[in-house]
Design a protein around this ligand. Sequence first.
Ligand code: HZT
Ligand code: MN
Ligand code: MN
Length: 443
Amino acid sequence: MAAQVPAEELNKLSVGEAGATKPKPSTATATNGNLNHDSDDDDEPEEEADAPEATGSAKKKKKRKPRKKKKNPTAQTDPPRVLISQLFPNNSYPKGEEVEYVGDNAYRTTNEEKRHMDNIQSEFLTDYRHAAEAHRQARGWAKNHVKPGMSLTDIANGIEDSARALVGHSGLEEGDALRAGMGFPTGLSINHCAAHYSPNAGCKIVLQEDDVMKIDIGVHVNGRIVDSAFTVAFNPRYEPLLEAVKAATNAGIKEAGIDARLGEIGGVIQEVMESYEVEINGTTHPVKSIRNLNGHTILPYSIHGTKSVPIVKTNDQTKMEEGDVFAIETFGSTGNGYVHEDGEVSHYAKRGDAGKVDLRISSAKALLNVINKNFGTLPFCRRYLDRLGQEKYLLGLNSLVANGIVESYPPLVDKKGSYTAQFEHTILIRPTVKEVISRGEDY
Ligand code: HZT
Ligand code: MN
Ligand code: MN
């Protein structure tokens, strides 16, 4: 089956995966995926040959200072298994996309006090950039390898084995997953399912040629979670849907900044989203913003903070503030533009405000210890319990949910037969600039 890949999907592959058709190790270098061309200048992807041109009488020979040998010529493998910390030594990870503030906040970029504040927060910036590079490389694997005919289980494992290996979550030491690893279960949500589907054990779902799949990946380092998602489709008929949602998310990112009002950002997102339509099998559908899905703040070890970013116009006057971290995510749909919970649950998380309950079911007590040790308040899924060797935990898990200690996050679906798409980035509202930490050459 010759999968029809939209030209855009082919052209916008992460540069970190360039050359991935070759056997391992790939030719990708440590610096691929770095968007920031004005950072260090010793990180050029390729060394230009300084030898004179063989036939070059007509060509001008570039005069160039002889360059020092590249510090880190380490190549990433395919699948990616080389530590990000090895590819980028001395804790110098690639920056995301830095965007200067405008208007009343334009002064911040050069302001001495703001720059000082920025500098003292560099520790958490390092962790975010580290996690973001792992995210780009793990999703690069997905962009190159996910094809119709693959099972969702193989896709999830391919992504998660990559992400864990890249941040050094070996699974061999206790508390490993709490230092770095998955920030939440990989979402693989297809068609009318918009979010929070991840395969449980025994899942037989295979990706189909005409499917629209949202791939939502969370990677964390020291609890700093990078939450970023994209949508894949193999039939080009969905291109306008994907374009609508990508443009809507970028519009939201552009509106974001210190003192930006959340309800207004929603209005801009909706305006962009709903300027598109998509024709499927001879029927033209308006693209709708899914009005009960939102972006959100992110806190250490906690995937949702207290602020929500609507994707339709609302009168929420809440402002973005310096120091906030936001997941800007938008969802477009050919259906109702409204989701409900439906289907088997895969995603769970211990509640941050979980009080002390005397658990009378021994399996619940035992499972809570496993959760505390391995996930804390980070979301997890049943597969993560399976890989830890846990068995017959469902009764205990359900009792933790019933007792309000663990929250379940069921799949979120629009009406049957509809198609939904998502794009998402994590952005840092730094004192001097906003940084789109998860930005890549791909999206
Ligand atoms: C919950 C559980 C998870 C957060 C958004 C989201 C994936 O819909 C406030 C606004 C992972 C994430 C979340 F396992 N959710 N982003 N990426 N899902 S949410 C939410 O529950 S809470 C949105
Ligand atoms: Mn997400
Ligand atoms: Mn999110």
